[in-house]
Design a binder for this molecule. Structure first.
Ligand SMILES: Cc1ncc(COP(=O)(O)O)c(C=O)c1O
Length: 368
């Protein structure tokens, strides 16, 4: 029998063909020629100056409200360490990014899951909880093309969430690595931009999805005092982030290569998203899903009672992997799963989903 090609619908990462390798080489060359002192020295914990300048312009914030980190994961970790202690109530989306759940649980936080709707966090449900006396310290929200659900927070909900955070005195952590990857529909303003005074929202984003994940460059925007305190923590952690990587990214941004890279990534992702939806329609008509308007992920709900853990095994026997819904939730998700279409060409998506569907039919037949 011919060997099956392995197909991963699990990994939230781009395939190499959509990484701008040649432009990165040129950016590295130019960055090293233009500013060897900056690129090869330790630097400060705030990050590489030219990158901070670019970010300061992009977000219209003073440079002392910024910190560039080794991936936004590091920014998330610093923020959680700074703000969250044992017993603190932290609102998370249900489902949410599995690493967020891990970080918060490790810090001893009391995780407070609020369900997602097709237009993002159920802010109404949060409001009811707040009116009933819940007092979270922080709310973690992935507003665009959410990981894992693919949905986007509506404009109305963004306004309401900022208003609730002000009224009840909690911080919104806007974790936004996918924002630039919108391939259709209207871009909503960041909550960071809706937060007049700049004291309520802390914003993180990343170059992992617009440049490449291996470069490990992300950043945080927040109130000046908080950023100062996180900069101190960063110095104690690693002296300074990776200046070589940040110098390359700064050049990549300043030269305009980033715009071309984003265009390439978006065109490929749109094709992959369409292939995923079409394949689900063809092979797995029981699947229910919200069509993502951008990003990497599509969340599938199968009929209640479907055993996705068994489906995962059946799919793995056929050379296909995805992530089970339960990985993204404290409770529930047994009949749901996440497909990441970011790393897979359309023909393999079709083949991968056909194999998952075959495993699904086999399970249904055994259960009958
Ligand atoms: C919601 C969310 N936050 C943070 C990260 C971490 O990204 P980075 O590569 O910038 O560390 C990811 C990565 O997939 C993510 O999905």
């Amino acid at each position: 029998m011919a060997e099956l090609t392995n197909i991963s619908l699990a990994r939230g990462a781009p395939s190499l063909d959509i990484v701008a390798v040649d432009e990165l080489k040129l950016s590295a060359q130019r960055a090293f020629d233009a500013d060897p002192n900056g690129a090869f020295a330790y630097g400060t914990s705030a990050g590489y100056t030219r990158l901070l300048e670019w970010l300061s312009k992009k977000h219209s914030v003073a440079p002392d409200r910024l910190l560039a980190t080794n991936g936004s994961m590091q920014a998330d970790a610093f923020l959680f360490q700074e703000l969250v202690g044992p017993g603190d109530l932290v609102v998370v989306e249900a489902p949410t990014y599995d690493r967020t759940l891990l970080s918060l649980t490790k810090l001893g936080a009391e995780v407070f899951p609020i369900p997602l709707e097709a237009d993002g966090l159920d802010v109404g449900a949060l409001q009811v909880a707040l009116e009933a006396g819940a007092r979270p310290k922080l709310a973690h929200v992935i507003p665009n093309f959410q990981n894992p659900a693919g949905c986007t927070l509506s404009l109305e909900k963004r306004h309401l969430l900022v208003e609730l955070a002000r009224k009840y005195g909690f911080t919104i952590f806007e974790d936004d690595p996918y924002v630039e990857l919108r391939f259709e529909g209207e871009q909503h303003p960041r909550m960071l931009e809706l937060d007049e005074g700049g004291e309520t929202v802390v914003y993180a984003s990343s170059f992992s999805k617009t440049v490449c994940p291996g470069i490990r460059v992300g950043y945080l925007v927040g109130p000046k005092q908080l950023i100062a305190s996180i900069r101190k923590r960063a110095t104690e952690t690693y002296i300074s982030p990776n200046m070589v990587a940040q110098a390359i990214v700064a050049e990549f941004c300043n030269s305009g290569a980033i715009e071309r890279s984003i265009a390439t990534v978006k065109a490929a992702l749109l094709e992959r998203r369409d292939a995923t939806c079409a394949a689900l329609g063809r092979h797995l008509p029981d699947a229910r899903f919200v069509i993502p308007e951008g990003g990497y992920f599509l969340w599938v709900d199968l009929p209640e009672g479907s055993d996705v853990a068994a489906l995962e095994r059946g799919a793995a026997e056929r050379g296909v992997v995805f992530v089970k819904g339960t990985d993204f939730l404290i409770e529930g998700g047994e009949s749901s799963l996440r497909f990441a279409y970011s790393a897979v060409p359309p023909d393999q998506i079709e083949e991968g989903i056909a194999r998952v569907a075959e495993a699904y039919r086999e399970l249904a037949a055994t259960a009958a």
